[in-house]
Design a binder for this molecule. Structure first.
Ligand SMILES: C[C@@]1(CC(=O)O)C2=NC(=C\c3[nH]c(c(CCC(=O)O)c3CC(=O)O)Cc3[nH]c(c(CC(=O)O)c3CCC(=O)O)/C=C3\N/C(=C\2)[C@@H](CCC(=O)O)[C@]3(C)CC(=O)O)/[C@H]1CCC(=O)O
Ligand SMILES: NC(=O)c1ccc[n+]([C@@H]2O[C@H](COP(=O)([O-])OP(=O)(O)OC[C@H]3O[C@@H](n4cnc5c(N)ncnc54)[C@H](O)[C@@H]3O)[C@@H](O)[C@H]2O)c1
Length: 216
């Protein structure tokens, strides 16, 4: 069965990650960007996680997992190298919460993590339904090259325009402008990395009033 792709809002949600190796640190990096309140429970952590602890991005509880550790958490990722420990985490998680990812047991997990391309607010999530995670990673690399940083800059501005339109234009006009500032031509220029042309094209479609009010 294909999963439903969603983007979880994790700002200030308590998330536990059990284990501190390469899989844990990869998943923690995404959790940090999502603004989660992260606690890593593991007797040891790798250098990447150590760096994140030093930067104040997460809390490290230096211990082995024990039943009861998941109290108060909203979501958990079990990524220890010991499959029996991962299974114990699963048993507690299914009593405690809805969202758990057991890194070596996709069959028991309630969600998988997607490979992800992120350029500012643009996120592209990739999954193979657990069939070939390494292919997901390969597709991510391909798309990360295609979709440059200018998508992030474009979205900053497009978001501002959209907010203004929602307050100032009726539905019909809004739709027309929103489509015009995301035209095929603009998309092609974004792919080409030509942000100057993108903004010039956008300006043609945006009412002058927007720029006047913005300048105030
Ligand atoms: C996409 C990505 C996101 C992330 O983890 O952040 C991710 N795995 C990544 C990489 C990767 N994983 C593995 C390899 C080695 C090659 C290989 O074995 O194929 C590589 C390649 C590499 O490291 O480059 C091994 C592996 N993975 C899983 C198992 C257990 C099993 O299948 O039983 C095993 C065997 C472990 C063992 O040997 O014991 C399970 C899962 N891995 C998933 C996600 C979920 C399905 C996503 C999908 O449908 O595509 C799922 C089901 C659950 C989950 O973890 O959420 C991330 C790409 C990061 C990036 O973008 O670079
Ligand atoms: N889902 C995926 O993408 C994916 C990819 C590769 C591997 N895996 C699976 O993920 C697991 C972890 O892989 P890894 O490469 O990160 O391993 P790793 O050896 O790098 O790290 C394992 C971590 O688990 C910690 N740990 C061990 N026992 C513990 C306990 N009782 N309580 C808390 N922490 C404990 C260790 O201190 C270490 O930090 C393995 O089961 C592996 O099969 C999943």
């Amino acid at each position: 069965m294909a999963g439903l792709p969603v983007f979880l809002k994790l700002e200030d949600k308590k998330v536990a990650v059990i284990g501190g190796g390469s899989v844990a640190s990869r998943k923690v990096s995404s959790l940090v960007e999502a603004g989660a309140e992260i606690v890593v429970i593991s007797p040891e952590i790798n250098a990447r996680l150590e760096g994140m602890v030093e930067a104040g991005l997460l809390e490290w509880r230096q211990k082995s997992y024990e039943y009861g550790d998941l109290k108060g958490f909203w979501l958990v990722i079990a990524a220890t190298s010991d499959s029996s420990v991962n299974h114990q985490v699963y048993q507690e998680a299914k009593e405690m919460m809805q969202l758990y990812n057991i890194a070596d047991r996709p069959d028991l997990s309630t969600f998988y993590t997607a490979a992800r391309v992120k350029k500012g607010d643009l996120q592209i999530a990739i999954s193979t339904g657990g069939k070939a995670p390494a292919l997901s990673a390969e597709i991510r690399r391909e798309l990360a090259d295609k979709f440059g940083d200018c998508f992030g800059e474009y979205l900053e501005f497009a978001g501002e325009v959209r907010e203004w339109l929602l307050e100032n234009e009726d539905l019909e006009e809004r739709r027309r402008i929103l489509r015009a500032i995301a035209s095929r031509e603009i998309f092609d220029n974004l792919l080409a990395g030509d942000l100057d042309r993108v903004f010039r094209e956008m300006e043609k479609a945006i009412p002058e009033r927007f720029f006047n009010e913005r300048a105030l």
